[in-house]
Design a protein around this ligand. Structure first.
Ligand code: DC
Length: 226
């Protein structure tokens, strides 16, 4: 019997899903998968190659030329997103990608492409995957599903601090608009919109430290481990 489980973490943008997923995976010796990185890498490819993502034919042929891989970076100990053998981990966090990724992610073929790979990664279990539709669509039978949320003001503050370090010209207004727009598009799209799976535990971390949220999630995980 496989003693490993699948843990999904979904929620709004900049709730700290990846941080929690990474910490949880490390505590359990599981693999952390940032599904958003896949959508970001696809978006980067489309932008670079001037792919019109409203054109189904263009999307289909572009996807045939995209190879995505998570590759361990020995310097950081983290997995980096590689797009056609190029490390794009830093590039996919650019504002231009952030501004377009939600729109690209509404496309059914793009989602099918990403979801197929996500399910393949999950075959052996022992993963913590974060995203928007992981508990609701990608792994509806996951043993533990967490839905994260936090006040928008807190999320903007956290995201702003993170982005400001790399780009001091970024403004609070830009970050606020980007988060609000992504939340709206991600929640209202037709194909697997962001929503809490019925059996997901809600984790509102507005007033929680990272240690506190990890403690709560670990407790839930231990209850589900065989
Ligand atoms: O997790 P993130 O902020 O890096 O994700 C970027 C975008 O990718 C997000 O705004 C919507 C899309 N996404 C998605 O549609 N489904 C997922 N499972 C993960 C991300």
């Amino acid at each position: 019997m496989n003693k490993k489980i699948i843990i999904t973490i979904d929620g709004f943008s900049s709730c700290g899903k990846s941080t929690l997923a990474r910490q949880l995976a490390s505590k359990l010796s599981y693999v952390f998968i940032d599904s958003g990185a896949m959508y970001r890498a696809i978006t980067l490819y489309f932008l670079r190659n001037h792919v019109d993502w409203k054109n189904k034919k263009e999307v289909r042929s572009a996807l045939e030329n995209i190879n995505l891989e998570f590759v361990l970076n020995p310097q950081t100990g983290k997995s980096d997103m590689h797009l056609n053998d190029e490390n794009v981990e830093a590039l996919i966090r650019d504002m231009l990608v952030s501004e377009n990724v939600s729109d690209v992610s509404t496309d059914a073929e793009v989602r099918n492409f990403a979801v197929t790979q996500q399910r393949k990664i999950g075959e052996k279990k022992g993963i913590v995957m974060d995203g928007r539709d992981i508990g609701s669509t990608v792994f509806p039978d996951a043993e533990l599903k967490i839905f994260m949320t936090a006040d928008i003001a807190i999320r903007v503050e956290r995201r702003f601090k993170e982005l400001f370090e790399k780009n001091p010209s970024i403004t609070i207004e830009e970050v606020t608009n980007n988060l609000a727009m992504r939340d709206y598009i991600d929640s209202s799209r037709e194909v697997s919109p962001l929503r809490k799976a019925e059996d997901a535990f809600v984790l509102d971390n507005t007033n929680l430290t990272m240690e506190e949220q990890l403690k709560i999630a670990l407790k839930w995980a231990k209850e589900k481990l065989p």
